[in-house]
Design a protein around this ligand. Structure first.
Ligand SMILES: Cc1ncc(COP(=O)(O)O)c(C=O)c1O
Length: 467
C-alpha cells in the first residue's frame, strides 16, 4: 500500500497533500510506470480520509497525465513520468540574502537603507488610489509607453527641477522599477564585454554586481569623508562611465564638494564618457539644504538616477532615469524588452501625491523623525564607546559609519556580535580593494525606534567583542 503521511495541522487541503505526494513519488521514480495504484476506496480507508479526497487527487493526476486508467482494471502510473533529479547548484546571491522574510525574533537589526515604514502615508495613499481607480480613463488601464505615464513624467520633471536642481524636460525621463532597474538599464545601454567603469570604492555590493554582470571591469577610486577622491581618477583609462553617489556616498556618507564635482566633469569631458549619478537618499540632509545634483552642472554628460524607495517605500518599486536626449530612444527600447513599462497606476497615484504637496510634507516630517533618531544614536555611541569610536557620514541619510579602534570586523566577529542579539554590517562587505575599512561598521537607524537604538547599542557594547 502507498504510504502517504497526512498532516492535518497544515493549512494545505487534504486533496492537495495526497495529490502532491503521489506526484512526487512518480516524478522521483518511487512509483514506476505501469505500477498499479490502490483503488480510491482502499486508499481512503488507509489514510482515514473521505473517498472524495482520493477521487479528486487521482482525477487531477489523470488530467495532468501522471496516471492512466485501464477499462475495468484500475489506475496505473503512466509511461514517461520519471524525471531524473539533478542536485541544485544554486547558491544564494546577495540579493536573496537581502530579503529576510522572518527576521530573527528580538534581534536588533542595524541594516541600512530601510525607511520607517510605520509612517508610510497609508491614509492619503489609499484615498488617492481610490480616486485614481475611480476616475482614470480606460486607456490608462491598457499597455502604456515604456518611458512611463506622460502626466507623471511632467509632474516629476517639475518636482526634480525644483527640489534637486536638475535640468530636465519630461522627454528626458524614463520611469523605472526602482533605482536597481535604472542601473541595469544604464549597464545595458553603455557597457559591453571588457569595458571599464570607474567607480567609488567602497560602493554597494549590488551595484558592483550589476555592472560586472554586464561584462564590465571595475576600476576602483577610493573615497574619503568627502566622497570620491577625484585626484586619483585614472588618466590612462578610457572608461565607459564614472559611477558616483555625490550627494551621499554609499556607504561612507560624504557629500562631494564642488571642486571635486568640477574635476569629475572635466575628466568626463576629456574622456568623452558619461557620469552616472545615483541620488538614492539625498533628501534626508540634516544640516543645511540638500546638496544640488551633479546633473545640474552638466546635463549632457550626466545620467541621473533617483528612487522613491527611501523617501516612501521600497515596495512601490518606483525609480527614474534622467538621460541626455541622445540616449532616450535606445533606453526606451531596452525598457520595453525588460518589462514593457513600470506599472502605470502607481505612477499616477504618486503623481497626484506630489502635485498635492504630500511628498514634500512627508519628507519634511520624516526628516525631523530621522534627525531625532540620528541624534540619539550619536549620543548612545558616544556614551557606550567614548573615545573608542569615531563617527562619520552622519549628516545625510538613514545610516552612519562607526569606526572602532583595534577591531577587525571579520565574519566571525560579526557572528559573535549576533550572539548578543544585534546585527551589524561591516563596510568591508562593500569594498573592492580589501582591508582599508575593516574596522568600520554601517549602522542603519532610520527604521529603529529610540528604545530599539538604545537596546541595540547597549547589546553591541556588552558583546564579547567589546569586552
Ligand atoms: C546606493 C543605492 N542606490 C540604489 C539603491 C536601490 O534602490 P531601489 O530600491 O530604488 O532599487 C540602493 C538600495 O539600497 C542603494 O543603496
Amino acid at each position: 500500500m502507498l504510504w502517504i503521511p497526512i498532516d492535518r495541522t497544515k493549512d494545505a487541503p487534504l486533496i492537495r497533500q495526497v495529490y502532491r505526494q503521489i506526484r512526487t513519488a512518480i516524478l522521483q521514480g518511487e512509483l514506476l510506470a505501469g505500477e498499479k495504484l490502490p483503488s480510491t476506496r482502499e486508499l481512503a480507508n488507509e489514510l482515514h480520509v473521505s473517498r472524495n479526497v482520493v477521487i479528486e487527487a487521482y482525477d487531477q493526476l489523470l488530467a495532468e497525465g501522471y496516471l492512466v486508467t485501464r477499462q475495468g482494471a484500475g489506475t496505473y502510473v503512466a509511461e514517461g513520468t520519471y524525471l531524473e533529479q539533478v542536485p541544485s547548484e544554486q547558491t544564494t546571491s546577495s540579493f536573496e540574502q537581502k530579503v529576510e522574510l522572518t527576521p530573527k525574533k528580538d534581534m536588533i537589526d542595524f541594516r541600512s537603507g530601510i525607511p520607517d515604514l510605520t509612517f508610510f502615508p497609508r491614509r492619503i495613499w489609499a484615498k488617492l488610489s481610490y480616486e485614481v481607480c475611480h476616475d482614470i480613463s480606460h486607456s490608462l488601464l491598457s499597455y502604456g509607453n515604456p518611458e512611463g505615464v506622460p502626466e507623471f513624467r511632467a509632474i516629476l520633471a517639475r518636482y526634480l527641477v525644483k527640489t534637486r536642481g536638475v535640468h530636465c524636460q519630461p522627454e528626458q525621463l524614463v520611469i523605472t522599477s526602482g533605482a536597481t532597474q535604472a542601473l541595469t538599464l544604464v549597464a545595458k545601454l553603455l557597457l559591453s564585454e571588457g569595458e571599464q567603469v570607474v567607480i567609488e570604492d567602497p560602493i554597494t555590493h549590488d551595484i558592483q554586481s550589476i555592472f560586472k554582470s554586464a561584462g564590465a571591469s571595475l576600476y576602483p577610486v577610493p573615497v574619503d569623508e568627502q566622497g570620491m577622491r577625484t585626484e586619483l581618477l585614472p588618466s590612462e583609462l578610457h572608461p565607459s562611465f564614472v559611477f558616483v553617489t555625490p550627494s551621499h556616498q554609499f556607504p561612507v556618507g560624504g557629500a562631494l564638494p564642488i571642486q571635486r564635482r568640477i574635476q569629475l566633469i572635466q575628466f568626463a569631458r576629456e574622456k568623452s564618457c558619461y557620469l552616472v549619478e545615483d541620488d538614492y537618499d539625498s533628501e534626508f540632509r540634516y544640516e543645511g539644504a540638500p546638496v544640488s545634483s551633479l546633473q545640474g552642472l552638466d546635463p549632457d554628460r550626466v545620467i541621473y538616477i533617483g528612487s522613491f524607495s527611501k523617501i516612501l517605500s521600497p515596495a512601490l518599486r518606483l525609480g527614474y532615469l534622467i538621460l541626455p536626449l541622445e540616449l532616450i530612444e535606445r533606453c526606451r527600447q531596452l525598457k520595453w524588452f525588460s518589462d514593457l513599462h513600470t506599472p502605470s497606476l502607481n505612477q499616477i497615484i504618486l503623481g497626484r501625491f506630489i502635485e498635492a504637496g504630500h511628498l514634500e510634507r512627508h519628507i519634511l516630517k520624516m526628516k525631523k523623525r530621522y534627525k531625532k533618531r540620528r541624534d540619539s544614536l550619536l549620543r548612545l555611541l558616544q556614551h557606550y564607546f567614548t573615545d573608542r569610536v569615531k563617527i562619520y557620514g552622519y549628516s545625510t541619510g538613514l545610516h552612519l559609519i562607526a569606526e572602532f579602534q583595534n577591531i577587525d570586523f571579520t565574519e566571525q566577529v560579526i557572528e559573535q556580535i549576533e550572539k548578543a542579539g544585534v546585527r551589524v554590517y561591516p563596510v568591508e562587505q562593500h569594498t573592492i580593494v580589501k582591508g582599508l575599512h575593516s574596522n568600520r561598521l554601517i549602522i542603519g537607524y532610520g527604521h529603529l525606534r529610540e528604545e530599539e537604538l538604545e537596546e541595540g547599542v547597549r547589546r553591541l557594547g556588552n558583546s564579547e567583542v567589546f569586552k
